[in-house]
Write a protein that binds this ligand. Structure first.
Ligand code: GLU
Ligand code: ZN
Length: 296
């Protein structure tokens, strides 16, 4: 088993991150597996080296270690670009110049006043810019996946499903063609400002790191359909997914990136121990029954 924790260095790690990381670590430890770390820093406008250093520091303090070198997505941009070129050559991408406002305006039926259907990335794209694109891969523009064309390219025998273990039991989740077209739609695979997207990068890197079990917050459950579709298109294995509950504050609100009061660093500064944090998120305290994952 190879698990991973994949934080974005755009703020301090809080209790929710600690839970996610410890869960991945414990899962690997139980079966003598490997825990991997990946820094998801493609958003260069928001990623900061000081947050990255704080991540290493907090995770070490929590008692975690991982094989080096750590995969940093900002060093992997060429790989994303090559994959985009492949998808482009299959005729599955097209450039999109719509703003978020355009998308909302074009997808709301004015006579009904309905809110547009919400997909994993916000409103499902109404297809305004969809064309069969030719020529070289354009750069400096957002690229969307033509979902219908992608499903056609995979053929009828494309089994779109994944194993979800987040609810304790293990269950199969199937992704229907109808769901892919109408509820996911033509997602952005390369943002204009990044040359890639979270979805593309996460799929390529989970495969590159040989991740067999993805543990992450339940807020990413809906995005998994996109990831599985990309895995089929790119002929990559689909890991087992474990979407865990989100850690909330006393008012039941999700912890925000800037929730400094619940930053791991704040608990450290207040003299709490890693086991105190484990108790706070309801994980077993570092017991003798767990030995460190391999390779760490
Ligand atoms: N980098 C993402 C985040 O910090 C997590 C991505 C994932 O686990 O798939 O929210
Ligand atoms: Zn568009």
């Amino acid at each position: 088993m190879i698990t991973r924790f994949a934080p974005s260095p755009t703020g301090p790690l809080h209790l929710g991150h600690a839970y996610s990381a410890l869960l991945a670590w414990d899962m690997a430890s139980k079966v003598d597996g490997t825990f991997m770390l990946r820094i998801e820093d493609i958003d260069q406008g928001r990623a900061r080296p000081e947050w990255e250093n704080q991540i290493y520091d907090d995770l070490h303090w929590l008692g975690l270690s991982w094989p080096e070198p750590v995969l940093r997505q900002s060093e992997n941009l060429n790989r994303y670009f090559c994959t985009l070129r492949t998808l482009w050559s299959y005729g599955l991408l097209y450039p999109c110049t719509c703003t978020r406002r355009d998308v909302i305006a074009a997808s709301s039926a004015p006579q009904e006043g309905d809110a547009p259907l919400h997909g994993p990335d916000g409103p499902v794209y109404p297809g305004t810019c969809r064309v069969r694109a030719v020529g070289p891969l354009p750069q400096g523009v957002a690229l969307r996946l033509d979902m219908r064309a992608a499903l056609d390219a995979m053929g009828d025998d494309a089994r779109l499903h994944f194993t979800e273990t987040g609810d304790g039991a293990s269950r199969e989740v199937s992704i229907s063609r109808d769901h892919a077209i109408n509820a996911v739609g033509d997602v952005v695979l390369a943002r204009r400002d990044m040359g890639t997207s979270y979805h593309l990068a996460v799929v390529i890197d989970d495969a590159a790191q040989g991740i067999t079990h993805v543990t992450r917050g339940a807020d990413l459950f809906d995005a998994t359909a996109i990831h599985v579709i990309l895995q089929r298109l790119l002929d990559l294995p689909t890991p087992v997914y474990h979407h865990h509950r989100l850690i909330r504050d006393e008012d039941g609100k999700r912890l925000a990136k800037r929730d400094d009061a619940r930053a791991v660093a704040a608990y450290r500064a207040a003299g709490e121990t890693p086991d105190d944090l484990r108790r706070r998120v309801g994980l077993p305290v570092s017991g003798q029954e767990l030995s460190p994952p391999r390779g760490s």
